[in-house]
Design a protein around this ligand. Structure first.
Ligand SMILES: *Cc1c(COP(=O)(O)O)cnc(C)c1O
Length: 388
């Protein structure tokens, strides 16, 4: 599509086909809206696409991180290593599951956790690592899983940005321990809100399956159907984290479109990289040296405030004044009041993440964006910098 100059061009927008809309309507008309056959079908499709062992659809990735971490049965004082350059849910769910988040600074270029610095952060209390595949660029998983094996750690990958990402020819989800995907509308595919846990661990899968629906045993799922029993047992206190069929109806049409979405995201990202290459105002995202396919969830360069003659907030305001949306992914998580107050984090603790936190801007990137839309973004940036 092409946005007119008078229209606000958002930084992200989901692509929802007419077939997907028809499927949601069919679901509504079927009389079965919540968890049922479409969720089952979506879970099967996720398993096939990712190549994972078990697939569990949920109400969000936050729910998935919570339940996957809860399944580790952390004890008070247990530590979980993660990145400060992530969405707050990554740290929040570690705390909610009873763990202490231990942060390791990121590497330049990819803004992913610096795997070479993880070992120094491991203590006798470390139980797990939660790597975040930032913007859909895979973390260096071979050495990370090597460390996990050596120190007997679990790995819960925050793969919210990484459905469709490949690492050394293997899809995220096809190998390793546990992965958590998000289907929030800004992510590479959407179910409205939604998420999924993919895991090779049968016990973790059983824990998540139970905890996502009140702790009811399995037979409870179709207790209103003809084959179902009216009775159920509660075998653990659970949550209400199930995905609805109405959401899965969308997902069933999003998943087959994903590789096409990634192809278009990649074209647009390449155009940004080429067209902005010589601009002193930007430090462009870098790629790791190992073979990979990034999912291009975000195109998030760093603004150089000296060369730009303005800080990031002013840049974003100027773009908004020109009807163009931008976003921040993310502010360094350790500097939020809760994490400062509870764990004593301070400015200076993770200098790379802090620099990125102050300078990063997500520019518009979504599959429906036309070349002309992107040219408008680039022209607006040229105008903003020319007038600085
Ligand atoms: C979006 C996101 C989440 C949370 O996903 P929801 O589905 O919105 O709960 C977690 N981690 C990262 C890195 C994210 O970008």
């Amino acid at each position: 599509m092409r946005y007119s100059e008078e229209e606000f061009l958002p930084f992200s927008r989901p692509t929802v086909s007419e077939e997907a809309i028809a499927e949601v309507v069919a679901c509504l008309r079927s009389g079965w809206i919540t968890t049922g056959p479409r969720v089952k079908q979506f879970e099967e499709a996720l398993k096939v696409y990712t190549g994972g062992g078990f697939a569990l659809a949920l109400s969000s990735a936050t729910a998935g991180l919570h339940l996957a971490l809860a399944a580790l049965r952390l004890l008070p004082g247990d530590e979980v290593i993660t990145s400060p350059m992530t969405f707050a849910a990554t740290l929040n769910t570690i705390v909610i599951a009873g763990g202490r988040p231990v942060l390791v600074d990121v590497e330049p270029g990819t803004y992913n956790i610096d795997v070479t610095k993880i070992e120094a952060a491991i203590t006798p209390r470390t139980r797990a690592v939660v790597p975040v595949h930032f913007a859909g660029v895979p973390v260096d998983l071979d050495p990370l899983y090597g460390l996990a094996k050596k120190h007997d750690l679990r790995v819960i990958e925050d793969a919210a940005h990484a459905i469709g990402t490949e690492y050394k020819g293997r899809r995220i989800g096809a190998f390793g321990d546990t992965q958590v995907f998000s289907f929030h509308p800004n992510k590479n595919i959407t179910t409205g809100e939604g998420g999924a846990v993919i895991t090779t661990d049968e016990r973790l899968a059983a824990d998540v399956a139970l905890a996502r629906f009140h702790g009811m045993d399995r037979e409870a799922w179709n207790r209103f159907g003809k084959q179902g029993s009216a009775h159920y047992e509660i075998v653990a206190p659970g949550f209400k984290y199930n995905m609805m069929d109405m959401q899965a109806a969308l997902g069933l049409h999003q998943l087959p479109a994903l590789d096409g979405f990634i192809r278009r995201r990649t074209e647009l990202a390449q155009r940004y990289l080429e067209r902005l290459a010589a601009w002193p105002q930007w430090e462009l995202p870098g790629a790791p040296s190992y073979p990979h396919r990034p999912a291009w969830h975000l195109f998030a360069p760093l603004l150089n405030p000296e060369a730009a003659g303005m800080d990031r907030e002013r840049f974003m305001a100027e773009m908004k004044a020109r009807n163009i949306g931008t976003a921040i992914h993310y502010r360094a998580a350790h500097l939020y009041p809760y994490y400062r107050d509870r764990y004593g984090y301070q400015v200076g603790d993770f200098p790379r993440a802090e620099t990125i936190s102050e300078r990063i801007v997500s520019l518009p990137l979504f599959p429906m964006m036309s070349d002309a839309d992107q040219d408008r973004v680039i022209a607006a940036m040229a105008d903003v910098f020319a007038k600085a």
